[in-house]
Design a protein around this ligand. Structure first.
Ligand SMILES: *Cc1c(COP(=O)(O)O)cnc(C)c1O
Length: 376
């Protein structure tokens, strides 16, 4: 099999057979001419299928090592389509520092529908085992997690989920298939917010679900067109374009993040640094065993508490104060009141003085100089 970067550039994007165009055309069409009644050449309607969307799905599924990939209009739309395979009364186990939007979707939307959840510390395998009920259908894992960057063993959690006839779902948004391929480690489903590293330029919202299960893929494809939260062809093209440089961007995100984490670790104003690449990180060993590098996200707490954290977020100039992550530009934010505000009062609420960085691919000296002046 060809290497990651070769596949990211070529799979699904063969030169157009008619014109030789090296990029997949952006098929801005809602419908398709039919050769006879009920005999469409490609599909009957673009909500059902679109060639630009298909090119994206083929490429990203290949990179995840999946036989099926289904694209959605956002990460949460993909999660919604997946969760709709549950029935009222079903139970889901979620890591206790999951993405706030996933928690909100499960509690505020699927909660009303009769789905129940338990939030557990996924690094405590006994606690994970103990939280299974007869009705548990999914174990939902984010690794590295957001915003504390905990890393948990996908292999161990897959074994526990399968003992209980539940699916292991891995949100692979932070790692991307360049650093980690959950399906090869035993996961049943991978979900992505392609808004983040896959797109990589903070210019598109998208989601993706990948699986090797024919049965689950059939349900997801049905949900994709029956519910209709599909990405448009231009968005799909931006994601295809992003994928082509995913590998080289991730290498730079990782090396910059490591340098930033090391710098912060030695800074007097910093209380604790959360980066799985640091040997002092509690899950460094697990991370090294299942990821090829440690990613571009770094979080840290400040000795001066929430007020100091807020001040640092407002004092940077290369790091932009904004939610989201995974773009070429560096971002800084305060999870407790920004990305994770919806977890207030729950076990998922992050420390008040926690600052989260999405370390971009700028020159690392500029990033460190910017943090130095903001921390002073
Ligand atoms: C952003 C994000 C999501 C949600 O994706 P959207 O594209 O914003 O809908 C889900 N999981 C993680 C880990 C994320 O960072």
């Amino acid at each position: 099999m060809a290497g990651f970067n070769t596949r990211a550039i070529h799979v699904g994007s063969e030169p157009d057979p008619v014109t030789g165009a090296v990029n997949p055309p952006v098929y801005l069409t809602s419908t398709y001419a039919q050769d006879g009644v009920g005999i469409p050449r490609f599909s009957d309607y673009s909500r059902v299928d679109n060639p630009t969307r298909a090119a994206l799905e083929t490429c990203l599924a290949d990179l995840e090592g999946a036989s099926h990939g289904i694209a959605f209009a956002s990460g949460l739309a993909g999660e919604d389509a997946l969760l709709r395979t549950l029935a009222p009364g079903d139970h889901v186990i979620l890591g206790n520092d999951a993405y706030g939007g996933t928690y909100r979707l499960l509690t505020k939307i699927f909660g009303d529908w009769g789905v129940t959840i338990s939030c557990v510390d996924l690094s405590d395998l006994d606690a994970v085992r103990a939280s299974f009920a007869k009705s548990t259908k999914m174990l939902w894992v984010e690794t590295p997690s957001n915003p504390l960057l905990n890393v948990v063993s996908i292999k161990d959690l897959a074994a526990i989920a399968h003992e209980h006839d539940a699916l292991l779902v891995v949100d692979n948004t932070f790692a991307t298939p360049f650093l980690q391929r959950p399906l090869t480690l035993g996961a049943d489903v991978v979900v992505h917010s392609t808004t983040k590293y896959v797109g990589g330029h903070s210019d598109v919202i998208g989601g993706f679900v990948a699986t090797n299960s024919d049965e689950l893929a059939t349900k997801l494809k049905f949900h994709q067109y029956a519910i209709g939260a599909v990405p448009g062809p231009l968005d799909c093209y931006l994601l295809i374009r992003g994928l082509k440089t995913l590998g080289i961007r991730m290498e730079r995100h990782c090396s910059n993040a490591r340098a930033v984490a090391e710098y912060l670790s030695g800074h007097d104003a910093v209380e604790r640094v959360y980066y799985p690449g640091l040997a002092t990180h509690p899950s460094h060993e697990v991370a090294a065993s299942q990821m090829s590098d440690f990613g571009g996200m770094v979080s840290f707490t400040l000795k001066g508490g929430a007020a100091k954290a807020r001040n640092v977020c407002e004092m940077t100039s290369v790091f932009t104060l904004a939610e989201s992550l995974g773009g070429v530009e560096s971002l800084i934010e305060l999870p407790a009141v920004m990305t994770h505000a919806s977890t207030a009062g729950s076990t998922l609420e992050p420390p008040a003085s926690l600052v989260r960085l999405s370390v971009g691919i700028e020159d690392v000296d500029d990033l460190i100089r910017d943090l130095a002046q903001a921390l002073s």
